[in-house]
Design a protein around this ligand. Structure first.
Ligand code: MG
Length: 455
């Protein structure tokens, strides 16, 4: 049996990889682990959501545990409510930004933090052992509707953030889990809101659940035509946010993250920012200028959240738009991030396009080299061992996720693909010619290591 859990829980095509039967077993395992107990269950708008939700609830109840059912809700709201009410587990049924045919199960502990690899492996062992504890007929659990708990989240934002100006905001929920909540919160904050794709639809007919340059072209046009102050888009489950500036251009992801990170550092009077190994060095540039420091982790929000706790970071995030605000909770939160981004614009008294010009943009190059899966580990060991001789004047070597060297005017990251027979090489440098030169050296090096490993 292949591994069930990946970095973001269980993910796969609904009714093929992720069946109601598997969902039921996951729930039975969690309720067995909890020894009855209490659960929160929520889902995004996917077509398969209701089917999986019913299976999960059945599993929990049959093990004698109780369920508070939240219905359609963004992942971060489920995480926040899990932290607030402290059930044994919060379960979110979502495939985030993946295409409509996918679904997934993401599990949060009572602190509202997604389970890490070891905790997931523990659950996986129970699923595979099938040692589920079924309750007696008269001890089967109860399921109650708790969709009104979403009010707690609305209050959280309204009570902590206020806007002076009545901003003109265009919101694109993409028919995902933020469809009602995002427009409602911005209206509560006094904004003039135009909401598009604000009906729940698990086929995602309007755009991909992944907010990117291509899928947000219509939003950019609407912002331009309405002369709005900002456009805000979310992924399928609302833990990511992508902004469109007042000129109708998609705000570059790394630069927007860097801009907000520097603001968070200034507001806190210093501190630590956490991001992952693939994010742009523009983050160090502006964060260090603002008096803060940057810690880099493995790719994935669970790694970022755990490093943020460890370093007591003031802010952290991934350039995909998954930003974590520790003073609220430790799950990336799209709606909260977009509200706080607008608050930043108000405090700075400037438009997003203008502010983003203050953050440098460096050339980034990405290449991939074929490498058979069984050789990857050996290749990466050799890469780690020998890379210093290729770049002898490196400043720092990080091995949390692949091998990343900081150089005097850039960096190089060599990382095996998690799924495909590939080694990926990423390079960023201050100038294009430097980036080309670093990439040339890195490709030559990795190719020679692969040849050696094959021999
Ligand atoms: Mg997501």
């Amino acid at each position: 049996m292949p591994k069930l859990f990946g970095t973001s829980g269980i993910r796969g095509i609904a009714n093929k990889d992720l069946t109601a039967e598997l969902a039921l077993r996951v729930a039975l395992a969690l309720a067995t682990k909890a020894g009855k107990g209490n659960f929160l269950v929520g889902r995004d708008t996917r077509v398969s959501g209701e089917c999986l939700e019913n299976a999960i609830i059945s599993g929990i109840l049959s093990a004698g545990a109780h369920v508070r059912k939240l219905g359609i809700i963004p992942t971060p709201v489920l995480a926040f409510l899990t932290k607030k009410y402290g059930p044994d587990f919060g379960i979110m049924i979502t495939a985030s930004h993946n295409p409509p045919q996918f679904n997934g199960i993401k599990i949060f502990n009572r602190n509202g933090i997604a389970l890490n690899t070891e905790q997931q492996e523990d659950i996986e062992r129970i699923i595979k052992s099938e040692k589920f504890k079924l309750a007696k007929w008269n001890e089967i659990g109860e399921c109650q509707d708790a969709s009104h708990w979403i009010e707690d989240y609305i209050k959280l934002i309204i009570e902590n953030v206020s806007l002076e100006r009545s901003w003109r905001v265009v919101i694109d929920a993409g028919c995902g889990a933020t469809f009602a909540l995002a427009p409602l919160i911005f209206r509560e904050l006094g904004c003039k809101v135009k909401a598009v794709n604000a009906q729940p639809d698990g086929f995602f007919p309007a755009r991909s659940p992944l907010p990117d340059e291509e899928s947000l072209k219509p939003l950019c046009n609407i912002v331009r035509r309405l002369k709005a102050d900002i456009g805000l888009a979310y992924d399928g489950d609302g833990d990511r946010m992508v902004a469109v500036d007042e000129e109708g251009n998609l705000a570059p992801l790394d630069q927007t993250l860097a801009l907000y990170a520097a603001y968070a550092i200034k507001r806190a009077g210093g501190g630590t920012i956490v991001t992952h190994v693939e994010a742009s060095m523009c983050i160090e540039k502006v964060v260090e200028e603002a008096g803060g420091k940057v810690v880099r982790t493995k790719v994935g929000d669970v790694s970022i959240a755990s490093a943020m706790k460890e370093y007591n970071a003031v802010f952290g995030g991934e350039p995909c738009g998954a930003w974590i605000h520790p003073e609220y909770h430790y799950c990336p939160d799209g709606i909260l991030s977009s509200v706080l981004l607008l608050k930043m614009l108000e405090e700075k008294g400037d438009g997003l396009s203008h502010l983003l010009k203050q953050v440098p943009r460096y050339p980034i190059l990405r290449e991939k080299i074929e490498c058979p899966n069984p050789l990857k580990e050996k290749v990466m060991q050799k890469v780690e061992h020998k890379i210093e001789s290729v770049f002898p004047d490196f400043r720092e070597k990080l091995t949390v996720d692949g091998v990343r060297l900081s150089l005097s005017e850039g960096w190089v990251l060599i990382r095996p693909s998690g799924t495909e027979p590939l080694i990926r090489v990423t390079v960023e440098a201050e100038r294009a010619d430097l980036a080309d030169e670093i990439m040339r050296k890195a490709l030559q090096f990795v190719n020679s290591v692969i040849r050696e490993a094959k021999a």
